[in-house]
Design a binder for this molecule. Structure first.
Ligand SMILES: Nc1ncnc2c1ncn2[C@@H]1O[C@H](COP(=O)(O)OP(=O)(O)OP(=O)(O)O)[C@@H](O)[C@H]1O
Ligand SMILES: [Mg+2]
Length: 527
């Protein structure tokens, strides 16, 4: 299949270059597990979405949570069929029957939720379900050769025998990209690839993506990080409410004009500073340790204060939070909540005593996907209320859920729909919402704005500010340095399990924090 790419349209050319992938007026109705439209439902998730991707461009696809980006990508990647519209690869209309068929035609997708098997090796994952055989036997040496070649094209070295869950998130993504390259991808679609990466890791990923762009692949990048859009993309397609607003050249846009197109209004100042004075200590952590993950960590969070916990992925931030809430057992050190030693308390007892914990991995810990949005939001109050012998009436449950849905602007068709059918960012809001039913003394948020769009981010900041204004303390893990500086009063940086530094947010800057985050050898280079 050589065809039109042979003419290798240059990006600077005057005539619009031929597209490597295009979609016209794609319509998709609400669908069941098989991808088939739900009979009787007239909810249209996509109402005629179009895009045209050129070879050698990074094409950003942006829009608010629930705009339909992931749904559109599922159609482009062959995971679900569309009911109307046309998809063409190099101007040839195609009918995708499956993801495998789409891959054969050169369309590879790196999904928002990974599809790698954590307990298998890199090599096994590279050919999962599509193993190469010779005379009916697995051809391991051929699979090895091809995997090594694909990784080499990306300029990275990853041991093929390592188990996937021992790799960092960015390495896992690179494995997914290598897998796509091995299948001769002409288009690579990335759904929020940097949502769980720190800046350093994101740079590593973009180095790889830019390399593919030079090799004339068409790249579609879904992201909520506008800095990335401006730094890396050439064109931008904006989606809103299941429709395309338009495609724009990146250089003609500004941050404000883009936000205006996405949300249809101006946002004003982005971060929301709480109007509160720090009071007594809510949380005192002293010498907390657990193996090599957390080593003699000591921190304090006061009432009326937002404290950020920064560091690279793997620095021990999530582990420290888990020790504080009692999800894991510390081997040494103490935790005090409002002066009381809770070090020996169970997780349940700590939560009941006033710690709220929104974990990082909402899929496995935050939200029960099969349960309705309403029940997810109210389960915590169910427990605390029914234990006192009073049952939450269905009516009260509904009211509670509806008020949270409106406060957090959660996008639902009905509160009774399964959480699984919400968009990624809306699931995140549910994970947060369920902790807001009952007031707590300490809120621990692990990467609260990951995958949340600009408009909702601001609503979330206002909400966090409201919590501290009411006298709670907030501990917030964040890899987003502008957010750390914009929202917190104080910042602790963790490095290799230890607290490497403490800063007043008003007296520090991104480069100082970044230096503190990097391992010692790098820090010397940076300074
Ligand atoms: N199977 C389904 N049935 C009904 N509604 C669905 C289904 N899957 C997704 N939706 C709805 O379709 C809308 C678009 O979801 P989608 O995941 O495409 O959004 P998104 O733009 O990727 O958002 P995010 O930025 O939060 O990831 C959402 O309102 C979501 O609740
Ligand atoms: Mg999505």
């Amino acid at each position: 299949m050589t065809g039109p790419t042979a003419s290798a349209p240059s990006l600077e050319g005057t005539a619009a270059p031929a597209s490597v992938l295009s979609a016209r007026e794609v319509v998709k109705y609400a669908y069941d597990e098989t991808g088939a439209p739900i009979t009787g439902s007239d909810v249209r998730l996509l109402k005629g979405v179009s895009i045209s991707v050129r070879p050698g461009e990074i094409h950003a696809l942006i829009g608010e949570n629930g705009a339909g980006k992931s749904t559109f990508i599922k159609v482009l990647g062959g995971a679900i069929p569309a009911e109307q519209g046309e998809v063409a690869v190099e101007q040839q209309p195609v009918v995708f029957g499956s993801s495998r068929r789409a891959r054969e035609l050169g369309i590879s997708v790196i999904w928002q939720e990974f599809s790698l098997s954590p307990k298998l090796s890199v090599l096994e994952n590279m050919f999962l379900g599509e193993e190469i055989t010779k005379h009916g036997l697995l051809d391991r040496s051929e699979m090895r050769r091809r995997s090594t070649a694909a990784l080499a094209r990306l300029g990275v070295q990853i041991d093929l025998d390592r188990q996937i869950d021992s790799l960092s998130t960015s390495e896992q993504q690179i494995v997914e990209i290598a897998k796509a390259l091995d299948r001769d991808a002409r288009v690579l679609i990335l759904d929020e690839p940097t949502a769980s990466l720190t800046g350093v890791e994101a740079d590593q990923l973009f180095a790889v993506v830019q390399e593919l762009r030079r090799k004339k692949l068409g790249i579609v990048l879904v992201t909520h990080r506008l800095d990335e859009v401006f730094e890396h993309s050439q064109r931008i397609t904006v989606m809103k409410d299941g429709a395309t607003i338009g495609t724009f050249d990146t250089e003609t846009m500004t941050r404000e004009s883009l936000i205006q197109k996405m949300v249809g209004r101006e946002l004003g100042s982005y971060f929301v500073r709480p109007n509160a004075v720090a009071g007594e200590a809510v949380l005192e952590v002293d010498g907390l340790s657990c193996g090599r993950a957390v080593v003699e960590a000591s921190i304090v969070v006061r009432a009326g204060e937002i404290v950020a916990l920064g560091g690279l992925v793997g620095a021990g931030r999530t582990e420290l939070c888990r020790l504080v809430v009692g999800a894991d057992r510390a081997t040494a050190g103490t935790v005090r909540l409002r002066g009381r030693d809770i070090s020996r308390w169970t997780l349940r007892r700590r939560l009941d005593a006033g710690i709220a914990f929104v974990p990082e991995d909402r899929k496995s810990q935050g939200v029960v996907l099969a349960m309705s949005v309403q029940r997810n939001l109210t389960t915590r109050s169910w427990r605390s209320l029914s234990r006192r012998g009073i049952l939450l009436s269905p009516r009260r449950e509904q009211e509670l859920a509806e008020s949270l849905i409106s406060d957090l602007e959660i996008k639902v068709h009905t509160p009774l729909q399964a959480a699984a059918t919400l968009s990624g960012g809306n699931q995140q809001r549910v994970a947060i919402g369920k902790w807001l039913v009952k007031p707590s003394s300490l809120y621990i948020f692990d990467e609260p704005t990951r995958g949340v769009d600009v408009g909702a981010r601001r609503a979330l900041y206002a909400l966090i500010a409201g919590l501290v204004e009411r006298g709670a303390g907030v501990l917030m893990v964040s890899s987003d340095l502008p957010e750390v500086l914009g929202m917190s009063d104080r910042v602790y940086i963790m490095r290799e399990g230890r607290i490497a530094g403490e800063y007043a947010a008003a007296e520090t800057d991104e480069s100082e924090l970044l230096r503190a985050m990097l391992p010692e050898t790098h820090a010397e280079v940076a300074s």
